[in-house]
Design a protein around this ligand. Sequence first.
Ligand code: ZN
Length: 428
Amino acid sequence: MTRSKLFLSTIVLLVPLFAAGQAAVDSPRSADLNISAKARAIHESALIVDTHADTPQRFLDEGFDIGSTDPKDIGHISLDKVHRGNLGAEFFSIWVEPETNQGHFAKHTFDLIDSVYEQAARHPGRIMMAFSVADIERAHREHKLAALLGIEGGHSIENDIHLLRDYYRLGVRYMTLSWSNTNEWADSSGDVNDSKVQHHNGLTDFGKQVVLEMNRLGMMVDVSHVADKTFWDTIETTKAPVIASHSSARALVSAPRNMTDDMLRAVAKNGGVVQVNFFNGFIDQNYWDAAKAQAKDRDAAVQKYIDQLKAEGKTVTYLDTDRVEREWGARIPRPPLKSLIDHIDHIAKVAGVDHVGLGSDFDGVSGATPQGIDSAADLPKITQALLDRGYSAEDIHKILGGNLLRVFREVERVSHEMQARPATAGAQ
Ligand SMILES: [Zn+2]
């Protein structure tokens, strides 16, 4: 009952955006009919940057080839989809599941990094590894996807600043200080209320050192996922602008991983950028409530499936949990694209249009993206929706990638400045 009611309101909201109707979503050619010539021109002249896709797990665990043109593939990212959506740069997320990889975080980090390089090596005419703003711009000129690396979760450095530097040398250009797990130096929003977990009241002294070393190296500091106190400690510590690589607004959806208006304003003051996460649970309160209500049963179903696989002597990968998560997620009505646009709009209003961008979380949300956004090929719909809300071409370009590039450039500048200073002990 709730479902059909929601579904109806959804259609009403979508009509002005997609006059050609629902059937248009799957085929790129017919989807194009929903995008005006003006929106298409704005979209195609933009350098589009997305700061979070979990596709490396597909590369590593599934043997997925980014060159795949399989029409039945339900993934969000492929070279074909990237091309159709005019995506210029993707930050591939290096995410190490902390429970199953206990004791070998670094090894799994290296394996995932390798998987991205291997994809670039397979398709040299269509992808290039990128490590700087200049690289992203060069890839764009050469009509290639710029592939960048971001580590999602400070546990990957195994409390070792040397490893952090090694990751930078391998090309990692941002690190999310924590994932959903509190590590030994940064509290996470994912377990901050769990009394069984040892917390630090934000960042430890070592955590602050990590932030400063990232500033010195030129690695962007990512505050997505962190506990509120960790966020504020980071803002106080950092010498360079921060990013939230995939975070939405808490004023609209009460997920603790979303950012409050005070945080949005602090990022603006810091010169940073908040890249909006497309996950239904973070952009739509109805979805969040429904997902929370089913959490216990869903988690039990996931665990049961894992136990069953283990009993059969099979290796469990993210694919197995993803399969069950998808089934459960599909029971909740998919929110309209409007929900996503509302977050971009809210952050643009609270923090300013210079401080918002796109951090899709593609391939990391078990398919739970809003209606109309089935893959990177659907990015032009976001441009159309922003245009419909009165955003100028210039502002849309900032949101689609310009803001992130500005922050990345400033992070590079701060790094050069810090490295030019003599490293005398105690010198300020
Ligand atoms: Zn994440």
